[in-house]
Design a protein around this ligand. Sequence first.
Ligand SMILES: Nc1nc2c(c(=O)[nH]1)N[C@H]1C(S)=C(S)[C@@H](COP(=O)(O)OP(=O)(O)OC[C@H]3O[C@@H](n4cnc5c(=O)[nH]c(N)nc54)[C@H](O)[C@@H]3O)O[C@H]1N2
Ligand SMILES: Nc1nc2c(c(=O)[nH]1)N[C@H]1C(S)=C(S)[C@@H](COP(=O)(O)OP(=O)(O)OC[C@H]3O[C@@H](n4cnc5c(=O)[nH]c(N)nc54)[C@H](O)[C@@H]3O)O[C@H]1N2
Ligand SMILES: [Mo]
Length: 778
Amino acid sequence: MTNREDTVHYDSPSGGWGSLRGMTRVFGKEWATPLAIETLMRQNKPGGFMCVSCSWAKPADHHTFEFCENGAKATLWDLTTRRCTPDFFAGHTVTELREWKDYDLEQQGRLTHPLRYDRETDRYVPCSWDEAFDAIGRELRALDPKSVIFYASGKASLEASYLYALFARLYGHNNLPDSSNMCHETTSVALKKVIGASVGTCVFDDLAKCDAMFFFGQNTGTNSPRFLHPLQDAAKRGVPIVTFNPVREKGLESFRNPQSPLEMLAGKETAISSQYHQVRPGGDIAVVMGMCKHVFAADDAAKAEGRRVLDVDFIQHHTTGLDAFEAKVRATSWDDIERESGLTREAIEGAAQVYVEADRVIAIYGMGLTQHTHGFENVAMLVNLLLLKGNIGREGTGISPVRGHSNVQGQRTVGISEKPELVPLDKIAQQFGFEPPRDKGMNTVEACGGILSGEVKGFIGLGGNFVRAIPERDMMEHAWTRMRLTVQVATKLNRSHLVNGEVAYLLPCLSRTEEDIQASGPQAVSMEDTFSCIHGSIARRRPASEQLKSEVAIVAGLAQATLEPNPRVKWADWVGNYALIRDLIAETYAEEFHDFNARLFTPGGFYRGNSARERIWKTAARRAVFTAPETLTSVGFEDAPGRYRLITMRSNDQFNTTIYGYSDRLRGIEGTRDVLLINPEEMRRAELQEGQVVSLVGDAGDGVHREVQGLVVTPFDLPDGCLGAYYPEMNPLMPVWHHDQMSKTPAAKSVPVRIKASGEFAKREDRLEPPGHATRPG
Ligand SMILES: Nc1nc2c(c(=O)[nH]1)N[C@H]1C(S)=C(S)[C@@H](COP(=O)(O)OP(=O)(O)OC[C@H]3O[C@@H](n4cnc5c(=O)[nH]c(N)nc54)[C@H](O)[C@@H]3O)O[C@H]1N2
Ligand SMILES: Nc1nc2c(c(=O)[nH]1)N[C@H]1C(S)=C(S)[C@@H](COP(=O)(O)OP(=O)(O)OC[C@H]3O[C@@H](n4cnc5c(=O)[nH]c(N)nc54)[C@H](O)[C@@H]3O)O[C@H]1N2
Ligand SMILES: [Mo]
């Protein structure tokens, strides 16, 4: 085991003064302007706007400041006074900008004008909205709809998303991949199959009613910091929180509430996890297998005393497949479990005993389970564990994936899906009087395949940074420029805008923090949080530029310029009044969205319901399904000498491909992202020294050379045989075919790599100074 003193780490709790310093570091001392504070005060509250960062719950009884360090960073990032104007583009060719870092691109501030790529000068030049819509419409009409992709990053509102999906189907395809395809698609596919509902079964209040929590591969302190409050409450109630994660993430160890003056001044902090197990990446199937083994053993012992540990009644009436699963568990040896999990039998039994003793259990997970080649089995195993004691469909229990983007779950709910069977196409056909395409569309990985093969000729991105987020970046960037048409709707400049097709447009949009005025007045939009609650969002800030359009208006503008008129499809009316779009949503999805406009501002959101929570199982067997896994490891490749499992990680100073700065405070990594994290024992074995500069080389065995250079060896507390480095910088190392077998979610948490050492050492001066006042909010 690693001795912590030999590694880079952070000694203080998460939250605390550090989180306030984190803000000052990114935005300068002046970040707390009255306007910025006024905006932040309205964040995540009824009548205010919903955070543009993650999809954590917006509870009805909110705090004074219902935002966290990272939610505030995301908001202030949008409120920057910097502008990326046509002058900027006049001064830089696209080829030149391709050499810039992601951080420097977004630092140019908000995009202000619609832009057209001009091939002659290799520059973006301003154009009018009409000109852009007309040209794009003309191009789309000339292309085969099946050769065009409509991508969505999970931010756009329910209103914009519904129209976007409708546009795709009227145009003639289901090619609607979204960021969820790289994220919780594993969840959507696995939960649908085993419990018949594609999203988590918990609601916010369950957190206060459970008596044990199990955490797998989700980094709360960085990615959903407001979750730390209910976690802190649970820990204070004495609820055991058992965590499995290869990395000792600060937020899951301890927390000091930055909103509590007492805790801040007294330096008090709460320990979060009662047990912390540093599982090997990919070792979770084995962990849960071991836990289930212990549960069966405890049940055997209880039987002898005339009791049961299993919820026999629940299993009998609500599940199928127990026998095969139990046989598999009993036949699996502890030796195999210990080897694959990297944990001792004693440790796993200790965790399982908490499960045995608890009446109400919630299992929480994130990318640590979903981004593996056998991610499906990871999720199915966790469900198996819960089913053994009836921990789904009772208060204070459930399976709880923590979703990413602020409306990623909602986009799926209102029709952004490449899977036609998940969308009420008959209803849509009847509502709008057309025959929607019924064939399966392309998801993210398939879209990448289509771009590589040349089959895909057009790409529209409703937000996001596709080229940066996907696997196989080097090959993809090359193939990208062969497309005929690329259109990006965005708030800030990013890499995806700089690898453009033959005809390319960059369309700037409002952020959700900005006022959206249309014909009928100021408009609200809505989104769905991780607990399936729908919230209205209304913003008051003046837009960054008068030229900006809302995403709703841009989608409608593109659709109008592309499609034949249809008397039932009233783009202009809908843009004039978003309440009309909500009426359409309520008509298509009556069960979930009835009285949508009336319920829009329900405090805490309105719950759209979940069948599995009611113990109604919409699976093929009409029961919840126990799954006997075929494998004990989720990585999908063999161990070999010199081959490592690379975890691609998010820092505390980024939101996906948006890099706020170079301080991963909660892990003690400052001033650079070009690091290779490795434990001291592995360093010794590989004859590496701290500060040495190395490359990572792909080791996927498919003959393709993949390499990322210039990483500085940094000792870090990790299990043996694995490495850590940052996403998105590491994406060139990920083969496009390295994904979850069932859902095709790229397997970003175990990428097979080797280390190529150089004789060079990094100099301290190479570290970047904290950017400080770079992007002061106005
Ligand atoms: N500030 C901020 N907030 C965000 C984001 C952001 O980038 N920045 N991104 C948003 C988005 S889109 C998403 S999807 C979520 C992502 O939020 P998370 O689901 O937390 O995703 P990651 O940070 O990628 O990884 C989660 C954890 O998995 C652990 N892990 C890696 N491999 C394994 C494994 O094999 N087993 C186990 N048990 N654990 C493992 C890692 O150490 C890490 O702590 O956050 C959202 N919120
Ligand atoms: N190796 C590796 N790869 C990964 C992951 C990983 O853990 N490891 N995680 C995956 C996950 S979970 C996800 S979700 C994807 C993320 O993939 P994406 O969602 O495609 O990427 P983002 O970085 O969130 O997109 C950022 C850009 O969105 C634009 N933007 C911001 N706000 C708005 C807005 O309100 N409207 C519009 N139209 N545009 C806006 C800005 O221009 C900004 O540059 O990456 C995936 N890729
Ligand atoms: Mo995500």
